[in-house]
Ligand binder design. Structure first.
Ligand SMILES: [Ca+2]
Length: 326
């Protein structure tokens, strides 16, 4: 190896999710219900356990492991009313992975804290997430001032594919996210109106607009998640645990490694690797950028003139990594 290289001040700006552990801890804050469908419909964040009705069942999905499957004919999960689900503040997040069997025909309910347990009547939901007939998602809340809703991204949901949906209300805006990206936003104020009703997954108050497909990782929060937290939910765990650590000094080897993030779930998210070329040997920097591919199964990066390894960073990476010599 060229000794000049070993001594070279190594300053990279890599988009690593250094805060992965903290971010995951944060994602439990304000989580009032979490249905993961790992063998049952229980709430792993509290006691809002669900009951599968009709033919609703847990199946093993090749992408997501154990998930809830609904056939669209009277299948749903029902959760009793509880103080934690009966949100009346001005903060809310709903998040869920969904995979619809078909789109473009009728609305399909995903999450519904219903207005009425037996009829689908206005204002329909205390809060809810669903897909409209034109294959676009919509978030809905009832708050002082009436119902408010935000649809977005017409014809964006594809049948047979996992999508991540999220609705976020912070007392000022009501926002809708699809696959980690905001697709609708509107100015909305007021406190949520709670109803002493059940929460249903996959069907509405009148037991109509059933969902046919699969869902997983349903989350209800009593706070508004940040954009970054929504991205984290939509892409899986971030990369983390870099060696050398962020801001490390005395780094003498041109080897960086980290624990890889989850498999890339967001094909449209750009790579977040950036290298400050002025701080690299020019040729190394150029080749580094050229050879990086959006794969997450390689978790080390060897910076040598031979560049014997490729590198990859998770699409969700957002933090900076600044190892330094000296
Ligand atoms: Ca699951």
């Amino acid at each position: 190896m060229d000794k000049r290289f070993a001594m070279l001040p190594l300053v990279l700006v890599l988009g690593l999710g250094l805060g992965a552990t903290a971010a995951l801890a944060d994602l439990s804050t304000g989580l009032v219900a979490h249905w993961q469908f790992e063998g049952n419909c229980n709430d792993s964040a509290g006691t809002n356990h669900g009951t599968p009705l009709g033919d609703a069942k847990i199946v093993t999905d090749p992408d997501r492991g154990q998930v809830l499957e609904l056939d669209g004919t009277g299948d749903y999960v029902e959760v009793p009313n509880s103080p934690s689900l009966n949100l009346t503040g001005d903060q809310l997040t709903m998040a869920v992975w969904v995979n619809f069997n078909a789109t473009g025909s009728t609305p399909q309910i995903v999450i519904a804290k219903v207005f009425n347990n037996t009829t689908h009547s206005s204002p329909y939901f205390s809060y809810g997430l669903h897909m409209l007939a034109n294959a676009q998602p919509r978030v809905w809340i009832s708050r002082t001032g009436g119902a408010a809703f935000q649809p977005g991204a017409t014809n964006s949901i594809r049948a047979g594919r996992w999508h991540h949906l999220a609705g976020v209300y912070n007392g000022a805006t009501l926002r809708l996210f699809l696959d980690g990206k905001q697709v609708a936003s509107g100015n909305v104020t007021g406190n949520l109106i709670g109803y002493d009703t059940v929460l249903r997954l996959g069907i509405n108050g009148g037991l109509t607009e059933p969902m046919a497909g699969k869902m997983d990782d349903v989350r209800i929060y009593n706070r508004a998640l940040t954009d970054q937290e929504i991205v984290s939910l939509a892409t899986g765990p971030l990369a983390g645990n870099p060696v050398p650590a962020n801001g490390a000094t005395g780094v003498s080897t041109p080897l960086l490694q980290w624990s890889a993030g989850a498999r890339d779930q967001m094909k449209t998210t750009s790579m977040s690797l950036r290298a400050q070329r002025s701080n690299l040997l020019p040729d190394v920097g150029l080749r580094l950028l050229r050879r990086c591919a959006p794969r997450n199964d390689i978790s080390k990066l060897i910076l040598s003139e031979a560049l014997t390894d490729a590198c990859a960073l998770p699409a969700a990476a957002t933090r900076c990594y600044h190892p330094r010599t000296g």
